[in-house]
Design a protein around this ligand. Structure first.
Ligand SMILES: [Zn+2]
Length: 209
């Protein structure tokens, strides 16, 4: 004979297990909103990342992730590989300019300092955002950098001449490209936010937050 009370207990235990997931964005233990359909989207109430209610998510365990991934949002190889890839043009560019005897400290600082600061900031913020939102932010940041770069070339004629000697686009084209990138990134982020706003939020369990 099976005790009906036991079945009740078993069911409620299973219920809790099925309805709670680990947030891949921030690691919070989340209670999936009641009655949420399979494959339906929802957001994490803590980090607001958009998630899909499916088997893949239910199998995901935050603690199975590498400690580095949990802290930084990507593996060391991916994060540093991406960072290295995004700054490699700087030494190449400076070497070429240097060989022509045109490299000045002011020019190098103007080009590199804000760029490196931006990359550093993007790297640090990787853990706080979903990949989609982070890419939008990256687009917008690169756009703002281009606007800045074009603006500086416009302000300082020597720098503009130096740039022009490389067959590079003129400052107006750079500013235009920057505005396009910034707009694309901002639209992407806004679309993500407006989508997230319409989705149900999964609250965190007290004990794990
Ligand atoms: Zn989260």
């Amino acid at each position: 004979m099976i005790d009906p009370d036991r079945i009740g207990n078993m069911q409620s235990t299973t219920q809790v297990a099925i309805n709670s997931v680990d947030c891949p964005g921030c690691g919070a233990r989340l209670a999936i909103p009641g009655g949420l359909a399979e494959q339906a989207e929802f957001i994490c109430a803590r980090c607001r990342i958009v998630l899909v209610n499916n088997e893949h998510l239910r199998k995901f365990r935050w603690m199975d992730q590498d400690e580095y991934v949990r802290k930084h949002g990507a593996s060391r190889v991916n994060l540093w590989g991406g960072t290295l890839g995004s700054v490699i043009w700087l030494p190449i560019f400076f070497t070429v300019v240097g060989f022509q005897g045109k490299l000045t400290f002011g020019f190098a600082a103007m080009v590199a300092v804000p760029y490196l600061a931006m990359i550093w900031w993007m790297m640090k913020s990787r853990a706080d955002a979903s990949a989609t939102l982070w890419q939008s932010k990256l687009f917008a940041s690169i756009g703002v950098y281009f606007v800045y770069l074009g603006g500086m070339l416009w302000l300082v004629p020597e720098w503009n001449e130096l740039f022009a000697s490389f067959d590079s686009p003129n400052f107006l084209a750079i500013i235009g490209m920057g505005i396009t990138f910034a707009a694309m990134g901002t639209i992407g982020a806004l679309m993500y936010a407006s989508k997230a706003k319409k989705l149900p939020a999964a609250e965190t369990f007290e004990e794990s937050s």
